[in-house]
Design a protein around this ligand. Sequence first.
Ligand code: PLP
Length: 452
Amino acid sequence: LDVVRAVEPRVADAIKQELADQRDSLKLIASENYASPATLLAMGNWFSDKYAEGTIGRRFYAGCQNVDTVEAVAAEHARELFGASHAYVQPHSGIDANLVAFWAVLAARVEAPALEKAQVRHVNDLTDADWATLRRALGDQRMLGMSLDAGGHLTHGFRPNISGKMFEQRSYGTDPASGLLDYDALRAAAHEFRPLIIVAGYSAYPRLVNFAKVREIAEEVGATLMVDMAHFAGLVAGKVLTGDFDPIPHAHIVTTTTHKSLRGPRGGMVLCQPELAEQVDRGCPMVLGGPLPHVMAAKAVALAEARTPEFRDYAQRIVDNSRALAEGLLSRGAKLVTGGTDNHLVLIDVSSYGLTGRQAEAALLDSGVVTNRNSVPQDPNGAWYTSGVRIGTPALTSRGLGTTEMDTVADLIHTVLENTAPGTTKAGTPSKATHVLDEKVAARVAGAATEL
Ligand code: PLP
């Protein structure tokens, strides 16, 4: 750190403080983790300086032999870990992985037939009229994804994201009574809407998805099934999700981040069936800039770690801990979306404490418990204030906490929420943003959080 401090002390101090904060607080953000020292060290090195546009063995720059090695090793580990026939490890993030996948599907399903029809090999060889027709055909495509308030992700066709502008989008959701994914409604929507792509996967759904069933629906309407397993990739890698709940054998194409439950460096990845491989490998330069070789090196290391028996044990403990956390909260009277969990995350409906998600998130943060606010299905408070708080166990499980400690964590969360009241604005009217929490309670919980 002294090397950094000599150049910019404020950054050195921020790095040091980040380590202290991550050690002293309870990291319950469901999408965060602690990467291993081997993964972190593989990322901080001279690979960062190298340009390597293209793919393994076919680069637009000279001197990429060592990048070829790390990209090939990362892809090999990914294929073998997940049992996938093809892996593309270049995406810089989960959003980028999804963009690569969308274009791969569009290229295979819309662009390639258009080129064949026009009897040319490349879009540059199309006439202006054929090009205009192709652009219209690309722009006419539809995507069916899980609704945001049911736990879907912005990249699954929503307006604030490019996916919502590339595709005409419709959502499927959960049953209002049970909170569970409604497969009949999904089937009906697919038959009526006729999407090119059905996206399954989520950021905030606390149950399992039956991918075999979703594939069946995709087959009925001739759609491509894309699964975004960003959140639960670690559970797939650790063989906690198998059979109908393992997306790899059922999806045409699977995307993921590498930094959530998979515990790798920040980044993304695409796995696909052979017929999409060529299009996926065109991700750079189609939608990605030069790859990040230092991050691919770290992906290779993290994926090697994920192939060990210890990682399988870790993945199972994530779910055991999540269930223990849910039970601890339920036994103290909390209300959970779907009434519990089958995966790594729990969604607390904090309206039963009389709070918005934003108030609950802030009160927990005051107490050393780091979470994020999240919509609940049919949320009356919208996506900014929300009525929920999402918590997840991948990070605390990495720190070695078990089910007994999860009960303590549940107690700390409940104690904070029970002792928090909504605040008022400066004008004295009720506020959805501010909260009132006794400082002594916050300090007591923060002390317990640091001890854990
Ligand atoms: N897909 C899902 C399901 C996610 O939950 C997220 C991130 O939260 C992403 C994609 C985007 O990942 P990134 O932030 O790496 O772009």
